[in-house]
Design a binder for this molecule. Sequence first.
Ligand code: FMN
Length: 246
Amino acid sequence: MNQTGTEFIRRTYYEQLTPSDQSQGLPSPALESPYVGAGPVIHLPKPDHLKPPSVLLENTIAGRRSIRRFSPAPLTLEEMTWLLWCTQGVQQVLPLATIRTVPSAGARHPLDTYVLLNHVKGLSNGLYRYIALEHAVAPIRLDAKIGLQIQEACLGQDMVSRAALGFFWVADVYRSAWRYSERAWRYVFLDAGHVCQNLYLGAAPLECGVCAIAAFDDEKLNSVLEIDGENRFAVYAAVVGKLPAR
Ligand SMILES: Cc1cc2nc3c(=O)[nH]c(=O)nc-3n(C[C@H](O)[C@H](O)[C@H](O)COP(=O)(O)O)c2cc1C
């Protein structure tokens, strides 16, 4: 949606429902939460350099299933980048919004992506942040225990440490609430659904399987992701790995 479109919808519908900080003239929060790790930032291949094989959308939709068993094969950096791009890739930066590969209420995009790397060629295992505005990843924690701690937070689901990659979507709710007030509590979850669906679709040409995860212990997952659980909290997750040999 272009800025004119989002402004139109804001003025026409939402401000009649509830006054927001935006309507009262408060400044917008940053379009992405700041990265607070120790670095270094790893810039990813540009989206137009990613060439996943072509697949028919009709086959992808008809064949989509949740996959919980994977081959031990690693993903490449390009494959990981493709999946990050499909789920949160920034195509345009506007003064009060970002236009991305997924829709978001008012293009506010209140989600930040954390990725657990268990098996990506050329990168150390650990927890990273995808910095969407820079199209880069940066480490949060690279110690060997992080995969099992996240698995434990996901109620012991062992696919978390067996999959090549895990995605953890964290809502920074004020990015949406600044414009939509309490309706943001609905929108962050709707936005997350779009993101995970694009992960399922984007994984198909890579011959990867995906399984969504929402069965997790909120406190444990927020704690291991090093977020406060109030202003920023995990809303949804998924794992990705190569399909097992048939
Ligand atoms: C919101 C949501 C949460 C889910 N959480 C989990 C989960 O924690 N663990 C899991 O194994 N599957 C999870 N799933 C996957 C569902 O079990 C799966 O989509 C369902 O069984 C239908 O299978 P299909 O995706 O292959 O069509 C979740 C799916 C959704 C949409």
